[in-house]
Design a binder for this molecule. Structure first.
Ligand code: SF4
Length: 700
């Protein structure tokens, strides 16, 4: 392997920062600045800078593990481990049918892996029971975007538009902690005279930089957006010409908003009427403005309607589909965008096609060389799939996910995983989920393999192999190839990522997320390519390649008639509201030094030193009522369980709310507490709000 710098991308969040990797003589890997990549211009957060530590971690798995007769996980040869998985999957399918086989993917898998995993589930296993952890990420924004615009691409415009707009409302997003290099876009916005409004129940590091911080009660962002829309109408700020020419459904949405008087919204949200008026003024006065949402409004049992309410605000003010304006979602996971486009989602086929669409089934079946009727229909969503483990679903293959830490009602999910007949997990370390498995397969990591991801901008990127993987590990593509072979499907599961991508191009051709005009060569030569990027007609030699689509919807929306749709929505309470027994609201989120379930970042010393464990953030008044001082252990109890973590006392959180980060397992696992109530459209669980009580924990 070469010892020159290889340009590639970070393995973690959806910003997909560019970086250079250089192998050193001692076997370590150096990260250096890749200033040519425009998104982060060389800047990295601590997670990206230290990402190579996981490559050489002492706890990295380099041999398959199988459960022995005493119940212990012990090293085993690859042949034995793969054979054991194939035999058990075949046995369970024979005994219980194909839908007894579950598959659970991840938003960190490359496009090639996500595509192959979906194909493996449907073609080799014949199961409909596949979904992935991205369901827990941005599915509500995806559902709302599709309803309104006919297409979901997280950001329908590039990040570079942010500093040039007039106002950004960031709803439930804290990029200062989740993707720090992106903060410069908001800083530049303010330097250019634009304004930043942050909507968050906590005074986060991002909120501290805002011109206006609105701190609604958790679970009331929907009412807040409706209150703003009410004022937009009342103050005569509706862009009537735009509404007439480019939208449909305004009258119903208008009527719903007019039922939400500002004073009523103030009572629901805790945001005062003058604050609401100021937010409307800041948003409406400039020529261009944006609303960007993240997990705050999305991870609710009314997440789709909540995002829909913010989209309605954009549509009524003529913001969507116009230069430097619009609605966008800041997707979280590294390949959260691409991961939802290529078929590991319960209801979708590659190219972001619907599994229920006969034409889509015919097209993909032809690429796969199978009969359209042989493809199963839609399966259960992520939480419903996990909840069915040990009942209808008897086995689970997990790739790139750690639901023991990341799923809602996590103790229940852990119990369901334990009740399976058979569990196989592919991972790089013995995650909390892998520790429960019957077979664990050690797989290659980001720097050891080539593949593509699609960033939050819809920019398809090439991650390049920079180092040789250690002996004993194999790629996820090799695992799926070997399992397909052992289950009687000898062809159609290549192990070379570029070969998979070539097939993915064909499978996506003509679909909403059309990648057919993108190639590895183009990705290597350009700084990524934005989808949709169709191939020239007939792929004619010499035809001018499609440049990719940086900005969507400028001429028309992706609906049949080209008009965006208002969706009438109304405020409703959260699935759990505080009561005498559980009087406080819990909301969850991230810290800058950890990523997702922490399976990788908790193995990095520098990150652990910065963020060693969970905490309970609470207001001084709440702490005083509890008699808790800074650092005292506090028990947080919900209807689903109890978590204990040290108190972190700050006036920067609402007095009726506590916050816990969700990166850790064990006693301080925040997701022990969270509510799996699901959004009826996106099937997103209500991670962001549930009712809890606090208990002081006597010092031991
Ligand atoms: Fe990696 Fe995200 Fe940090 Fe960039 S912001 S270095 S992509 S974790």
């Amino acid at each position: 392997m070469q010892n020159t710098a290889t340009p590639t991308h970070c393995p973690y969040c959806a910003l997909q920062c560019g970086m250079n990797l250089t192998p050193a003589a001692d076997g370590s890997v150096e990260v250096s600045e890749r200033a040519d990549f425009p998104v982060n211009r060389g800047a990295l957060c601590g997670k990206g800078r230290t990402a190579p530590a996981v490559l050489s971690s002492s706890v990295r798995l380099t041999s398959p593990l199988v459960r022995d007769g005493d119940g212990a996980l012990v090293p085993a040869p690859w042949d034995e481990a793969l054979g054991r998985i194939a035999r058990n999957l075949a046995r369970i399918r024979d005994e219980h049918g194909a839908d007894a086989l579950g598959v659970f993917g991840g938003g960190g898998l490359t496009n090639e892996k996500a595509y192959t995993l979906g194909k493996f589930a449907r073609v080799v296993l014949g199961t409909s029971q596949i979904d992935y952890n991205g369901r827990f990420c941005m599915s509500s924004a995806a559902a709302a975007g599709t309803k309104a615009f006919g297409l979901d691409r997280g950001l329908p415009f590039p990040l570079e538009d942010i500093p040039r707009t007039g106002c950004v409302i960031l709803v439930g997003s804290n990029p200062a902690e989740t993707m720090p290099p992106s903060l410069r876009y908001f800083t530049e916005l303010r330097e250019n005279g634009g304004t930043l409004i942050v909507v968050d129940p906590r005074r986060t590091k991002t909120a501290e930089q805002a011109d206006l911080h609105l701190a609604p009660r958790p679970g009331t962002d929907l009412a807040l957006a409706l209150g703003m829309l009410h004022l937009v109408v009342a103050e005569g700020r509706v862009d009537e010409e735009y509404v007439e020419e480019r939208t449909a459904g305004w009258e119903d949405a208008r009527a719903a908003a007019m039922a939400h008087w500002p004073e009523y919204v103030e009572r629901i949200t805790g945001v005062s009427v003058p604050e609401l008026r100021e937010a409307v003024r800041l948003f409406c006065e400039p020529e261009a403005a944006m609303v960007l949402t993240a997990r705050g409004p999305e991870q609710q049992a009314k997440g789709t309607d909540t995002v829909g309410a913010w989209i309605n605000l954009c549509l009524a003010t003529g913001r969507a589909g116009r230069p430097l304006s619009g609605y966008g979602c800041l997707t979280g996971q590294g390949n959260g965008q691409g991961g939802r486009e290529h078929g590991q989602k319960a209801d979708q086929l590659p190219g972001y096609r619907k599994l229920t669409d006969p034409a889509a089934r015919r097209h993909v079946a032809e690429v796969w060389g199978v009969a359209p009727d042989s493809l199963p229909g839609p399966g259960r969503s992520a939480y419903e799939l996990l909840d069915a483990l040990g009942t209808d679903i008897r086995s689970l293959l997990v790739m790139g996910s750690n639901p023991v830490v990341s799923a809602p009602r996590a103790a229940h999910v852990e119990g369901r995983l334990r009740s399976l007949d058979f569990l196989a997990v592919c991972d790089v370390v013995l995650s909390e989920t892998a520790a429960l498995a019957d077979v664990v397969l050690p797989v290659t990591q980001w720097a050891e393999e080539t593949g593509t991801t699609t960033s939050l901008e819809g920019r398809v990127l090439l991650r390049r192999r920079a180092i040789t993987p250690p002996d004993g590990v194999r790629s996820d593509l090799e695992v799926l190839h070997e399992l397909a072979d052992r289950l009687g499907v000898e062809k159609g599961f290549p192990t070379e990522p570029e070969e998979v991508f070539e097939e993915l191009r064909r499978a996506s051709a003509g679909g909403p997320a059309d990648y057919s005009g993108i190639s590895y060569r183009r990705l290597a030569e350009e700084q990524g390519v934005f989808w949709p990027c169709p191939a020239p007609a007939g792929d004619a030699a010499g035809a001018k390649p499609h440049p990719g689509t940086r900005r969507l919807f400028l001429d028309r929306f992706a609906t049949e008639d080209g008009r965006a749709r208002f969706v009438p929505v109304s405020h409703r309470p959260s699935a759990e509201e505080p009561d005498d027994e559980y009087p406080v609201l819990l909301t969850t989120g991230r810290v800058v030094a950890q990523y997702q379930s922490g399976a990788q970042t908790r193995r990095v010393d520098e990150l652990n030193a910065a963020a060693p464990g969970p905490f309970v953030e609470l207001h001084p008044r709440l702490a005083a009522r509890l008699g808790a001082a800074e650092g005292d252990p506090v028990a947080v109890v919900s209807r689903r369980g109890r978590a204990v973590a040290p108190a972190r006392i700050t006036a920067g959180i609402r007095p009726d709310t506590v916050f816990m980060p969700f990166h850790w397992p064990g006693e301080g696992r925040a997701n022990t507490l969270t509510n799996p109530a699901l959004d009826p459209t996106s099937r997103m669980p209500e991670f962001k709000v549930c009712a809890v009580r606090l208990e002081a924990v006597p010092a031991t």
